[in-house]
Design a protein. Sequence first.
Length: 128
Amino acid sequence: MIRFASVVALAFGFLSLSVVGFAQDEKKGKGKGALADPEMAFKRMDENGDGKVSKEEFKKAQNTMAEKMAEKGFDNLKKAFTDKPDLLDKMFAAMDTNKDGYLSLEEFKTGREKTRELMKDVFKKKDN
């Protein structure tokens, strides 16, 4: 049960953090607070600065985050993406409520709970 809780916490953290901020030099102090600040995470995923996150930007950010987490010894997320190649598409679809192919900041904020539930289901099935 502790393992499951840890995995769910990591999955939620991955959804909230931005890859760019996570990968930046910690000495510069950038990237801190992204877990608590969805606006910051969203901004960092929005690579071209157009105010919306495309599926490609989302998938790139999440894959990069999974890689960074794996480098630090938390490889469950990377394994989940490898085992379920459609998982990122499902996560994006759950967040993209207006189905325009992009995430707005509001969709990102409200969609994090939906994707958290999706990740709980994925990891629950893996643990059983």
